[in-house]
Design a protein around this ligand. Sequence first.
Ligand code: CA2
Length: 151
Amino acid sequence: MAKTIYVLNGPNLNLLGTREPDIYGHHTLADVEKLCRDTAARFGLTAECRQTNREGELVDFIHEARDKKVAGIVINAGAYSHTSIAIHDALVGVQIPAVEVHVSNVYARERFRHQSFIAKAAFATLSGFGIEGYGLAITGLASKIGAAAKS
Ligand code: CA2
């Protein structure tokens, strides 16, 4: 059976493509999720995509990933990246390989975006590649978990 990965998006990422295109581009969350499903399929993986505006629900999704024996997590925790010890602790607790993604280059923005609690629990971070960062994250995650590209 195909291995499953979770793609988790946090607060306000449902607004992608509707405002601030200079920072976040024109693509929508639906575009992100399609890109993730398509990229995962290239490695024989199934991407299950979730978005929530609630911190605790992100924690619940991470716990659910452990219960369902998910092979990896791609997470853009949005603004919670910069504040949430709870999400950090959940990722450390489940011991599932995780990649952090940011659409924008957070290091070229306000100082408060330079800190990430998620980065400390992830094996890699991608920031500033636009939505392509999700595809790159899945490619890196596939390599990490030993999922080879299908011909
Ligand atoms: O660059 C990213 O992916 C962020 O995680 C996006 C978060 C931000 O708080 C992080 O610092 C960096 C915000 C997501 C809000 O997305 C919007 C998209 C369009 C219009 C308004 C908000």
